[in-house]
Design a protein around this ligand. Structure first.
Ligand SMILES: *Cc1c(COP(=O)(O)O)cnc(C)c1O
Length: 404
């Protein structure tokens, strides 16, 4: 008789976004005359930039001709894309990362969920609280998280690093020593960024205690301030202790196209074993490569035209972020984020819980956001709004909230 992976049963029932969808659908069905504005889920809304569309069309045409048709992509990604990434995302920022340390994938969610596979199930993870749920849930599935405490909303074998207003929503070095440290900056959900000096402290810490930092830089393109690192490899020593995850979803609108990559430096070694070779083995065994067409679209992100068009796209969303940030401040809310990230993190008024505020916003002004408590216990009493809507909807939503 077969058995299932019982770790899956440990996962708490309702997933944050399905609960939100249920509530919003029920409200919409009961109030068909109300225009609901969604600033909840972290999905982009602007169409793909013309340079990317052109690259997609060209690659489709290539696939239709015998001379230029391509079958399986190389497991680790096409050289043209890996070189463009190494040149533009790393060398141009003074980071020493080679093209063959870059693994192309179909997105950072998969990579952030899969990366734990190359580590022992005995390892202890540390996460920020609040946190992007994938880091924790993928470790629960692997049996690394221990038991769930329903009351506290925490796992017994996970080290939580509270990110609160007191520490500017950046974590302190943990009291207990973890093996794997997940960091995401600029951060989803809080919109906070980490300075180069602070990130260097983390790199020094990881090197000192023998931990690996899994650094999710999916929102790198939204950084607007000069002292904020775009990559962990801007820090000295990071080649010995860090893996970086990147995505084309937020900088180029690829949420439906699917493309991302992971950087595993060859200097990152556990005893005599390079993590690079483990991840290469995993990729080669379980993955057959991102589509050629999509990798060509990814290459266009780094073309001169692509860069200019995407800069405007990011600026469009950040203009929304500014509108939300200042609008809510004027209305008396305590807000953060929105400067180096497309997320605004606000404190719920009058001591309301995150879900109470969610209901109030939906019912009184028909605006949908995300309850902070859905991202971890330290998110309770907070609420996330995204800048990924259209400008018109963003303005209308903020003006409605101001009039509440
Ligand atoms: C959106 C997002 C990603 C990107 O996921 P994709 O699978 O590349 O679309 C990764 N990490 C975080 C924290 C995100 O919010």
């Amino acid at each position: 008789m077969y058995k299932i992976n019982e770790n899956y049963l440990k996962l708490p029932e309702s997933y944050l976004f399905s609960t939100i969808a249920k509530k919003v659908n029920a409200y919409g069905a009961a109030n068909p005359d109300k225009k609901i504005i969604r600033l909840g889920i972290g999905d982009v809304t602007q169409p793909l930039a013309p340079a990317i569309i052109q690259a997609l069309h060209d690659a489709v045409d290539e696939m239709g001709r015998a001379e230029t048709f391509r079958g399986y992509a190389p497991d680790l990604g096409y050289e043209f894309l890996r070189k463009a990434i190494a040149e533009n995302d790393y060398k141009a920022r003074g980071c020493n990362i080679a093209a063959d340390e870059i693994f192309i994938s179909d997105g950072a969610k998969c990579d952030s969920g899969n990366i734990q596979e190359i580590f022992s199930t005995d390892n202890r993870i540390a996460v920020c609280d609040p946190v992007y749920p994938v880091y924790v849930d993928s470790n629960v599935m692997a049996g690394r998280a221990g038991a769930f405490d329903k009351l506290k909303g925490t796992w017994s074998n996970v080290v939580y690093m509270p990110c609160t207003a007191d520490n500017g929503f950046t974590p302190e070095l943990p009291g207990e020593t973890p093996d794997l440290i997940y960091l995401c900056f600029p951060n989803n959900p809080t919109g906070a960024a980490i300075t180069g000096r602070k990130l260097q402290e983390w790199v020094d810490y990881a090197c000192r205690v023998g931990a690996v930092i899994i650094y999710d830089a999916a929102y790198e393109a939204y950084i607007s301030e000069p002292d904020i690192p775009h990559s962990i490899f801007e820090c000295e020593g990071a080649r010995n202790c860090a893996i970086e995850l990147r995505s084309f979803s937020k900088n180029a609108g690829f949420t439906g196209v699917r493309l991302g990559f992971t950087v595993v430096p060859k200097d990152l070694r556990c005893g005599g074993t390079a993590l690079h070779s483990l991840w290469a083995r995993r990729h080669g065994t379980k993955y057959n490569g991102a589509p050629y067409i999509v990798q060509r679209a990814g290459e266009a992100v780094y073309s001169q035209e692509g860069k200019e068009q995407l800069k405007k796209q990011v600026a469009y969303y950040m203009n929304n972020a500014k509108y939300i940030y200042h609008g809510l401040r004027e209305a008396g809310y305590t807000v953060s984020g929105g400067v180096n990230a497309p997320y605004i993190w606000l404190k719920t008024p009058d001591g309301m819980t995150s879900w109470e505020f969610f209901d109030r916003l939906l019912e009184t002004v028909h605006v949908v956001g995300t309850p902070g408590s859905g991202f971890g216990p330290s998110g309770e009493g907070y609420f996330r709004l995204t800048a990924f809507g259209s400008y018109e909807n963003t303005v209308e939503a903020v003006d409605r909230i101001k009039g509440m």
